[in-house]
Design a protein around this ligand. Structure first.
Ligand SMILES: Cc1cc2nc3c(=O)[nH]c(=O)nc-3n(C[C@H](O)[C@H](O)[C@H](O)COP(=O)(O)OP(=O)(O)OC[C@H]3O[C@@H](n4cnc5c(N)ncnc54)[C@H](O)[C@@H]3O)c2cc1C
Length: 383
């Protein structure tokens, strides 16, 4: 078994690490205080091709496989979660449906601009009445001539207020439940598309989350993504591949928390010695590193399976569940090691702790991941 990173990927990893350390770290306070991603960071990400990690080279992307995307995701995860969440929603759930299920015409039309970061992607599945039970969605799509007419409200959509291209799930045959849902590529400029309420959140500053409202929104028939009534399967595939990417970002966040905690524990002295001299602190650090490495291994194993075309429904759910829960525990211990300073906005720990909380909720809650894992076990056994 070979765990080494191929040279070409290692070069990309190093340049993303430098970008995060030299460009993202110094701007984290601006993102936090002003709730916006500075234009020079967006430009820097463009230069590195970070808007096109999921997009094949023929459409101007980096064409990375899933292992490659996870290596990049780990590095971005060390930086500000609002910035990596904005990029992650674009490159992951915002783009992968077009890559996976888009016709040649859809790919030609949208992917080059999305790879350059000139058009931003989003993914709209969740509705006020359809969260964990995503198949209960009510947004409808009715065919009229050469257009689909969409009506309904999506909420909690990452990049909603700034997205140009939204992969949208809507009911095309209400009599068929999940098998009556189709996916559409909807542009923000289509008549009847509107951004609704923009949410105020606990964290993820710089990453915007909003309603998207469709009022007789006209979508050309060629913007049906994949086959009619097969959109829910596409949505599940998009979410499954997104889960490995999110796992990778969580591993990156854990790494940052460990680096900061190790440094603080060596510098902070109480009772006449650095706090790291206490076994209680050492054991917290030991558990943080052990769990992080286990999450890293699971994430990369799942990514490796994605690249081999394996069925990864259970693996993706396990990765999302484990990596996000590990991040929660690592963030909690990082605050503890920092004592009162861990609670102060002066250090990044407080922010990372808040930002970590969402990972156990979005892209399917921990409870939903356990339902998926158990469902797969009951259906397919364990081998
Ligand atoms: C910041 C943010 C960004 C988001 N971005 C996007 C996006 O880009 N696109 C998108 O489509 N969606 C997005 N979402 C939506 C997100 O995926 C949902 O919030 C999530 O799936 C949970 O749905 P819900 O909020 O309706 O919670 P609910 O489904 O109402 O769940 C509430 C609680 O009940 C539990 N629960 C529900 N059913 C069961 C069950 N059967 N067994 C046990 N427990 C259960 C849940 O686990 C949870 O603890 C985002 C959400 C947030 C907060």
């Amino acid at each position: 078994m070979d765990f080494s990173i191929p040279e070409e990927l290692e070069t990309i990893r190093r340049s993303v690490r430098e970008f995060v350390e030299n460009e993202v770290f110094p701007r984290e306070e601006i993102i936090e205080e002003e709730d916006r991603i500075p234009e020079e960071l967006i430009e820097g990400a463009r230069q590195l091709g970070l808007f096109g990690t999921s997009i094949p080279e023929q459409y101007g992307g980096l064409g990375l496989n899933m292992v490659g995307k996870c290596i990049v995701g780990q590095e971005l995860g060390r930086g500000h979660a609002g910035f990596s969440g904005y990029l992650g929603a674009h490159t992951g759930i915002g783009t992968s449906g077009l890559v996976m299920a888009g016709s040649g015409a859809i790919k030609e039309k949208y992917l080059p601009a999305m790879a350059e970061g000139k058009k931003i992607g989003a993914f709209a599945l969740t509705e006020p009445g359809a969260g964990s039970d995503a198949a209960a969605l009510k947004t409808s799509a009715v065919k009229k001539g050469d257009r689909w007419i969409l009506n309904g409200v999506k909420h909690f959509i990452t990049n909603g207020p700034i997205a140009d291209v939204v992969t949208t799930m809507a009911v095309t045959d209400p009599s068929r439940g999940a098998r009556g849902i189709s996916a559409f590529v909807v542009e923000k400029d289509f008549p009847g598309f509107r951004v609704g309420k923009i949410e105020k959140k606990m964290g993820l500053r710089g990453s915007y989350t909003s309603e998207i409202i469709f009022e007789d929104c006209e979508v050309p028939e060629e913007n049906l993504l994949g086959k009619e009534n097969e959109g829910f399967i596409t949505a599940l595939k998009i979410l499954a591949s997104g889960r490995a990417g999110l796992g990778a970002r969580c591993v990156g966040a854990c790494q940052r928390l460990i680096e900061l905690s190790l440094r603080y524990a060596k510098e902070r002295a109480q009772f006449g010695k650095p706090i790291i001299a206490n076994q209680a602190i050492q054991w917290m650090l030991a558990d943080m590193v052990t769990e992080t490495e286990a999450a890293r291994a699971l994430t990369l194993q799942t990514a490796w399976k994605v690249d081999r075309g394996a069925d990864i429904i259970r693996d993706a759910a396990m990765t999302k569940l484990f990596a996000t829960e590990v991040l929660g525990r690592v963030a909690d211990r990082a605050v503890q090691i920092h004592g009162g300073m861990g609670y102060m906005k002066e250090l990044p720990i407080e922010r990372i702790y808040r930002d970590a909380r969402i990972t156990r909720i979005y892209e399917g809650t921990s409870e939903v991941q356990r339902m998926v894992i158990a469902g797969q076990l009951m259906k397919k056994g364990y081998n």
